[in-house]
Design a protein around this ligand. Structure first.
Ligand code: SF4
Length: 275
């Protein structure tokens, strides 16, 4: 019996045992279940600024966890070892209760909660939801670092338990999102909806020759300013990775020009990885 996944706009139709294109969800007895539930591949106590979140509890730290899987196929992925992996990747099971206990233990080291990050956390929707509910019960914060490729209904269900998000806005054309296997309108809808409910910052990674024109940055930041002129935009620098190992890092002077363009519309623009 086939089952259709309602988490993201790919709407994978999965036969029994078949895995979706994110490698993280599977058809099981006429339903779609999370195959990566609680399977942690990476865990670290990071500065909140590393998420990146520049204007949310600055100076604090956050327990950051990732699993495996992603619903995009960006050729420039900086985390492809886990984002493009499936169930065979080495992992450690951590129940939501155990994760919250670990986060509480780290409060004395300035930990404010848990960030779901590294791979695309929302393909493991049920784990993020269960953990976020428990985090709030424990007086801790839930942070999600996501590509924003999620349908409205699951996002609405999760939002009451989310305190902050960093959402990628990878480019400002559907052509760019076609290259990554995604949908620009879905990501715009996610940003619009979430910034009404929790603290949202946005990240745009600049890929040389692909999304690096000042015109595109002007259009992107103009649209963001229509939501909130104060929304934080992180413009970050590409380094060779995954299928783009033979490409040069983004030119630093270009990064500064793009920041200037974005500042025509936005009050809080930060450059990332510029050294
Ligand atoms: S979350 Fe995964 S299984 Fe579900 S529709 Fe998206 S890619 Fe397919």
């Amino acid at each position: 019996m086939r089952a259709v996944c309602e988490i993201c706009p790919h709407h994978c139709s999965l036969e029994e045992g078949q895995t979706g294109s994110c490698h993280a969800r599977r058809g099981d007895n006429g339903r779609v279940v999370s195959a990566n539930y609680g399977k942690i591949t990476s865990m670290a106590l990071d500065p909140i600024e590393k998420k990146p979140l520049a204007m949310f509890h600055p100076g604090s730290r956050i327990l950051s966890v990732g699993s495996f899987g992603c619903n995009l196929r960006c050729p420039f992925c900086q985390n492809s070892e886990i984002s493009q992996a499936g169930e065979s990747i080495e992992n450690t099971f951590l129940s939501p209760q155990d994760l919250v206990a670990a986060a509480l233990n780290l409060k004395q080291r300035n930990n404010i909660g848990v960030a779901f990050t590294y791979n695309e956390p929302l393909v493991g929707f049920e784990y993020v939801l269960d953990c976020s509910r428990l985090l709030h019960q424990a007086g801790l914060l839930s942070v999600i670092v996501t590509n924003g490729m999620i349908c409205k209904e699951p996002m609405k269900e999760l939002l009451p338990f989310v305190d902050a998000m960093n959402i990628d806005l990878k480019g400002f054309s559907q052509g760019f999102y076609d290259w990554c296997g995604g949908c620009l309108d879905t990501v715009k809808d996610t940003i619009s909806m979430c910034c009404q409910s929790c603290h949202v910052e946005v990240t745009c990674l600049i890929i040389p020759g692909m999304n690096d024109s000042p015109e595109e940055m002007l259009a992107l930041s103009k649209w963001l300013s229509s939501l909130d002129k104060g929304i934080v935009l992180h413009i970050t620098r590409f380094f060779p990775s995954f299928h783009m190992l033979n490409h040069s890092p983004t030119d630093i002077s270009l990064m500064h020009r793009l920041k200037e363009a974005a500042e025509k519309y936005l009050d809080n623009v930060f450059l990332g990885n510029v050294w």
